[in-house]
Design a protein around this ligand. Structure first.
Ligand code: A2P
Length: 279
Protein backbone atom coordinates (compact mmCIF):
# COMPACT_ATOMS: atom_id res chain seq x y z
CA UNK A 1 0.00 0.00 0.00
CA UNK A 2 1.23 3.44 -0.95
CA UNK A 3 1.86 5.86 1.94
CA UNK A 4 -0.62 8.70 2.03
CA UNK A 5 1.07 12.02 1.36
CA UNK A 6 -0.50 14.82 3.27
CA UNK A 7 -0.56 18.32 1.81
CA UNK A 8 1.15 19.71 4.91
CA UNK A 9 4.52 19.32 3.17
CA UNK A 10 3.78 22.54 1.26
CA UNK A 11 5.96 25.41 2.49
CA UNK A 12 3.97 27.69 4.75
CA UNK A 13 4.58 31.37 3.91
CA UNK A 14 6.57 32.81 6.81
CA UNK A 15 6.51 36.45 5.73
CA UNK A 16 3.57 38.83 5.49
CA UNK A 17 3.31 40.49 2.03
CA UNK A 18 6.00 38.10 0.73
CA UNK A 19 7.37 38.50 -2.80
CA UNK A 20 10.01 36.33 -4.45
CA UNK A 21 13.37 37.59 -5.69
CA UNK A 22 13.84 36.80 -9.39
CA UNK A 23 17.22 38.41 -10.17
CA UNK A 24 20.14 40.11 -8.38
CA UNK A 25 23.01 42.12 -9.93
CA UNK A 26 26.00 43.50 -8.05
CA UNK A 27 27.70 46.60 -9.47
CA UNK A 28 30.32 47.58 -6.88
CA UNK A 29 31.03 46.61 -3.27
CA UNK A 30 28.54 49.39 -2.35
CA UNK A 31 25.76 48.94 -4.94
CA UNK A 32 23.39 46.26 -6.23
CA UNK A 33 20.01 45.93 -7.91
CA UNK A 34 17.38 43.21 -7.64
CA UNK A 35 14.04 42.26 -9.15
CA UNK A 36 11.07 40.70 -7.37
CA UNK A 37 7.64 39.39 -8.32
CA UNK A 38 4.92 42.04 -8.43
CA UNK A 39 1.75 41.65 -6.37
CA UNK A 40 -1.17 41.40 -8.81
CA UNK A 41 -3.02 44.19 -7.01
CA UNK A 42 -0.12 46.67 -6.96
CA UNK A 43 -0.65 49.77 -9.11
CA UNK A 44 1.85 52.63 -8.89
CA UNK A 45 2.94 55.74 -10.77
CA UNK A 46 6.50 55.71 -12.14
CA UNK A 47 8.70 57.52 -9.60
CA UNK A 48 6.91 56.30 -6.45
CA UNK A 49 8.37 54.23 -3.60
CA UNK A 50 7.22 51.33 -1.40
CA UNK A 51 8.42 49.87 1.90
CA UNK A 52 10.43 46.68 1.51
CA UNK A 53 12.51 44.57 3.87
CA UNK A 54 13.15 41.34 5.73
CA UNK A 55 12.15 39.84 9.05
CA UNK A 56 14.30 41.24 11.85
CA UNK A 57 16.18 39.10 14.36
CA UNK A 58 14.04 37.60 17.15
CA UNK A 59 13.63 39.80 20.21
CA UNK A 60 15.96 38.30 22.88
CA UNK A 61 13.22 38.51 25.54
CA UNK A 62 10.04 37.57 23.71
CA UNK A 63 11.47 35.65 20.76
CA UNK A 64 9.11 37.60 18.49
CA UNK A 65 10.28 38.83 15.08
CA UNK A 66 9.28 42.17 13.60
CA UNK A 67 9.68 43.19 9.95
CA UNK A 68 12.64 45.49 9.24
CA UNK A 69 11.42 47.82 6.48
CA UNK A 70 12.87 50.75 4.52
CA UNK A 71 11.46 52.99 1.79
CA UNK A 72 12.77 52.05 -1.67
CA UNK A 73 11.98 53.84 -4.92
CA UNK A 74 10.62 51.45 -7.52
CA UNK A 75 13.20 51.53 -10.35
CA UNK A 76 11.04 49.67 -12.88
CA UNK A 77 8.32 51.43 -14.86
CA UNK A 78 4.64 51.16 -13.94
CA UNK A 79 3.89 48.73 -16.80
CA UNK A 80 6.60 46.17 -15.91
CA UNK A 81 5.39 42.77 -14.69
CA UNK A 82 8.15 42.61 -12.05
CA UNK A 83 9.49 45.25 -9.66
CA UNK A 84 13.11 46.42 -9.70
CA UNK A 85 15.06 48.13 -6.90
CA UNK A 86 18.52 49.71 -6.76
CA UNK A 87 20.23 49.69 -3.38
CA UNK A 88 23.29 50.68 -1.45
CA UNK A 89 25.05 48.04 0.69
CA UNK A 90 25.96 49.32 4.14
CA UNK A 91 28.13 46.74 5.89
CA UNK A 92 26.71 47.48 9.35
CA UNK A 93 23.31 48.73 8.11
CA UNK A 94 20.44 46.91 9.86
CA UNK A 95 18.68 46.04 6.58
CA UNK A 96 21.18 46.27 3.72
CA UNK A 97 23.88 44.26 5.54
CA UNK A 98 21.45 41.33 5.10
CA UNK A 99 19.56 42.40 1.98
CA UNK A 100 22.80 42.41 -0.05
CA UNK A 101 22.95 38.60 0.32
CA UNK A 102 19.51 37.86 -1.20
CA UNK A 103 19.40 35.32 -4.03
CA UNK A 104 16.80 34.44 -6.67
CA UNK A 105 14.13 32.31 -5.00
CA UNK A 106 14.38 34.11 -1.63
CA UNK A 107 11.39 35.95 -0.23
CA UNK A 108 11.27 39.53 0.97
CA UNK A 109 8.53 41.69 2.43
CA UNK A 110 6.90 44.28 0.18
CA UNK A 111 4.13 46.50 1.51
CA UNK A 112 1.96 47.24 -1.53
CA UNK A 113 1.25 50.91 -0.70
CA UNK A 114 3.14 53.10 -3.18
CA UNK A 115 3.61 56.82 -2.42
CA UNK A 116 5.94 59.63 -3.46
CA UNK A 117 6.39 63.11 -4.87
CA UNK A 118 8.56 62.35 -7.92
CA UNK A 119 5.59 61.90 -10.21
CA UNK A 120 4.52 63.66 -13.39
CA UNK A 121 1.24 64.68 -11.73
CA UNK A 122 3.16 67.04 -9.40
CA UNK A 123 4.55 69.12 -12.28
CA UNK A 124 2.98 71.69 -14.59
CA UNK A 125 3.44 71.16 -18.35
CA UNK A 126 6.86 72.26 -19.64
CA UNK A 127 9.32 71.92 -22.52
CA UNK A 128 12.25 70.26 -20.80
CA UNK A 129 12.49 67.98 -17.76
CA UNK A 130 15.62 67.64 -15.62
CA UNK A 131 16.22 64.55 -13.50
CA UNK A 132 18.96 65.33 -10.94
CA UNK A 133 20.42 62.30 -9.11
CA UNK A 134 23.33 61.37 -6.89
CA UNK A 135 24.26 57.76 -6.02
CA UNK A 136 21.25 55.45 -5.62
CA UNK A 137 19.00 58.48 -6.13
CA UNK A 138 19.03 57.35 -9.77
CA UNK A 139 16.38 54.69 -8.93
CA UNK A 140 13.13 56.67 -9.43
CA UNK A 141 14.54 58.04 -12.69
CA UNK A 142 15.25 54.49 -13.88
CA UNK A 143 11.48 54.12 -13.64
CA UNK A 144 10.59 57.49 -15.17
CA UNK A 145 13.08 57.08 -18.05
CA UNK A 146 11.22 53.88 -19.07
CA UNK A 147 7.82 55.56 -18.78
CA UNK A 148 6.26 56.66 -22.11
CA UNK A 149 4.61 59.71 -20.48
CA UNK A 150 8.06 61.24 -19.89
CA UNK A 151 8.55 61.54 -23.67
CA UNK A 152 4.95 62.43 -24.40
CA UNK A 153 5.06 65.35 -21.95
CA UNK A 154 8.50 66.82 -22.79
CA UNK A 155 10.59 67.69 -25.86
CA UNK A 156 13.83 67.17 -23.96
CA UNK A 157 14.79 64.92 -21.03
CA UNK A 158 18.05 65.66 -19.20
CA UNK A 159 19.38 63.20 -16.63
CA UNK A 160 22.37 64.21 -14.48
CA UNK A 161 24.01 61.64 -12.21
CA UNK A 162 26.82 62.56 -9.82
CA UNK A 163 28.69 59.73 -8.07
CA UNK A 164 31.94 59.40 -6.20
CA UNK A 165 33.42 56.74 -8.50
CA UNK A 166 33.08 55.62 -12.12
CA UNK A 167 31.75 52.12 -11.20
CA UNK A 168 28.78 53.75 -9.48
CA UNK A 169 27.59 55.10 -12.83
CA UNK A 170 27.24 51.61 -14.41
CA UNK A 171 23.62 50.93 -13.44
CA UNK A 172 22.42 54.24 -14.92
CA UNK A 173 24.61 54.03 -18.01
CA UNK A 174 23.43 50.48 -18.81
CA UNK A 175 19.82 51.54 -18.33
CA UNK A 176 20.13 54.49 -20.70
CA UNK A 177 21.94 52.35 -23.30
CA UNK A 178 19.13 49.78 -22.99
CA UNK A 179 16.46 52.40 -23.77
CA UNK A 180 17.40 52.31 -27.46
CA UNK A 181 16.12 48.71 -27.58
CA UNK A 182 13.05 49.37 -25.40
CA UNK A 183 10.18 47.84 -27.41
CA UNK A 184 7.36 49.66 -25.66
CA UNK A 185 8.97 53.11 -25.96
CA UNK A 186 9.85 52.47 -29.60
CA UNK A 187 6.29 51.41 -30.30
CA UNK A 188 4.47 54.11 -28.33
CA UNK A 189 6.80 57.10 -28.85
CA UNK A 190 8.60 56.13 -32.05
CA UNK A 191 12.23 55.27 -32.54
CA UNK A 192 13.48 58.86 -32.16
CA UNK A 193 12.42 59.06 -28.50
CA UNK A 194 15.85 58.29 -27.09
CA UNK A 195 17.36 61.18 -29.06
CA UNK A 196 15.39 63.45 -26.70
CA UNK A 197 17.55 62.21 -23.81
CA UNK A 198 20.70 64.01 -22.68
CA UNK A 199 22.72 62.01 -20.16
CA UNK A 200 25.23 63.92 -18.02
CA UNK A 201 27.23 61.66 -15.69
CA UNK A 202 29.87 63.20 -13.41
CA UNK A 203 32.24 61.83 -10.76
CA UNK A 204 33.80 63.59 -7.78
CA UNK A 205 36.44 61.24 -6.40
CA UNK A 206 37.67 59.25 -9.41
CA UNK A 207 38.90 60.43 -12.80
CA UNK A 208 36.23 60.41 -15.53
CA UNK A 209 35.47 62.49 -18.66
CA UNK A 210 33.41 64.94 -16.56
CA UNK A 211 34.51 65.66 -13.03
CA UNK A 212 32.73 67.68 -10.35
CA UNK A 213 29.45 68.05 -8.49
CA UNK A 214 26.54 68.93 -10.77
CA UNK A 215 25.73 71.89 -8.50
CA UNK A 216 29.21 73.39 -9.09
CA UNK A 217 29.06 72.64 -12.81
CA UNK A 218 25.74 74.50 -13.03
CA UNK A 219 27.00 77.47 -11.01
CA UNK A 220 30.00 77.88 -13.30
CA UNK A 221 27.78 77.50 -16.39
CA UNK A 222 29.85 74.52 -17.60
CA UNK A 223 26.94 72.05 -17.42
CA UNK A 224 24.68 74.29 -19.54
CA UNK A 225 27.45 74.86 -22.12
CA UNK A 226 28.15 71.10 -22.30
CA UNK A 227 24.44 70.29 -22.70
CA UNK A 228 23.75 73.13 -25.11
CA UNK A 229 20.78 74.45 -23.13
CA UNK A 230 20.16 77.72 -21.28
CA UNK A 231 20.02 77.82 -17.45
CA UNK A 232 16.70 76.65 -16.00
CA UNK A 233 13.69 78.91 -16.25
CA UNK A 234 10.16 78.49 -14.82
CA UNK A 235 8.70 79.09 -18.31
CA UNK A 236 10.36 76.08 -19.92
CA UNK A 237 12.00 73.82 -17.33
CA UNK A 238 10.70 71.23 -14.87
CA UNK A 239 12.88 69.27 -12.47
CA UNK A 240 12.93 66.29 -10.12
CA UNK A 241 15.66 65.92 -7.47
CA UNK A 242 16.71 62.68 -5.77
CA UNK A 243 19.99 62.28 -3.94
CA UNK A 244 21.65 62.64 -0.57
CA UNK A 245 20.23 65.19 1.84
CA UNK A 246 22.91 67.89 1.38
CA UNK A 247 22.54 67.64 -2.39
CA UNK A 248 18.74 67.84 -2.27
CA UNK A 249 18.84 70.97 -0.12
CA UNK A 250 21.56 72.72 -2.12
CA UNK A 251 19.92 72.03 -5.47
CA UNK A 252 16.50 73.02 -4.14
CA UNK A 253 17.94 76.44 -3.19
CA UNK A 254 19.52 76.77 -6.63
CA UNK A 255 16.26 75.93 -8.42
CA UNK A 256 14.44 78.52 -6.28
CA UNK A 257 17.06 81.07 -7.36
CA UNK A 258 16.23 80.26 -11.00
CA UNK A 259 12.61 81.07 -10.09
CA UNK A 260 11.23 77.52 -9.97
CA UNK A 261 8.57 76.71 -7.35
CA UNK A 262 8.25 73.40 -5.51
CA UNK A 263 5.21 71.32 -6.45
CA UNK A 264 3.26 68.47 -4.89
CA UNK A 265 0.59 65.99 -5.96
CA UNK A 266 -2.10 68.38 -4.72
CA UNK A 267 -0.39 71.49 -6.16
CA UNK A 268 1.57 70.90 -9.40
CA UNK A 269 4.43 73.39 -9.91
CA UNK A 270 7.93 73.47 -11.46
CA UNK A 271 10.02 71.01 -9.44
CA UNK A 272 9.77 68.22 -6.86
CA UNK A 273 12.30 66.74 -4.46
CA UNK A 274 12.76 63.48 -2.61
CA UNK A 275 15.58 62.09 -0.53
CA UNK A 276 17.40 58.89 -1.43
CA UNK A 277 16.64 56.26 1.13
CA UNK A 278 19.77 55.28 2.93
CA UNK A 279 20.18 52.60 5.54
P1 A2P B 1 31.52 64.52 -3.05
O1 A2P B 1 32.36 63.33 -3.38
O2 A2P B 1 32.16 65.81 -3.43
O3 A2P B 1 30.99 64.52 -1.64
P2 A2P B 1 27.35 60.09 -1.41
O4 A2P B 1 27.90 58.80 -1.94
O5 A2P B 1 28.10 60.63 -0.23
O6 A2P B 1 25.86 60.05 -1.17
O7 A2P B 1 27.56 61.16 -2.56
C1 A2P B 1 27.15 60.92 -3.88
C2 A2P B 1 27.65 62.04 -4.76
O8 A2P B 1 26.95 63.25 -4.41
C3 A2P B 1 29.13 62.32 -4.58
O9 A2P B 1 29.70 62.46 -5.86
C4 A2P B 1 29.14 63.60 -3.77
O10 A2P B 1 30.24 64.44 -4.04
C5 A2P B 1 27.89 64.29 -4.28
N1 A2P B 1 27.40 65.30 -3.34
C6 A2P B 1 27.37 65.24 -2.00
N2 A2P B 1 26.85 66.37 -1.47
C7 A2P B 1 26.57 67.17 -2.50
C8 A2P B 1 26.02 68.48 -2.62
N3 A2P B 1 25.66 69.20 -1.55
N4 A2P B 1 25.88 69.00 -3.85
C9 A2P B 1 26.24 68.28 -4.93
N5 A2P B 1 26.75 67.06 -4.90
C10 A2P B 1 26.92 66.49 -3.70
Amino acid sequence: QKPVTLDTAKPVPTLPDAQTVTDVKHYTDRLFSFRVTRPASLRFRSGEFVMIGLMGDPDPKTGKQKPLLRAYSIASPSWDEELEFYSIKVQDGPLTSRLQHIQPGDDLILRPKPVGTLVHDALLPGKRIWFFATGTGFAPFASLLREPQTYEDYDEVIITHTCREVGELTYGRDLIEGLKQDELLNEVIGEGFWKKIKYYPTTTREESPKMGRITDLMRSGEAFADLGVPPLSPETDRAMICGNLAFNLELKDMLEEYGLVEGANSNPQHYVVEKAFLD
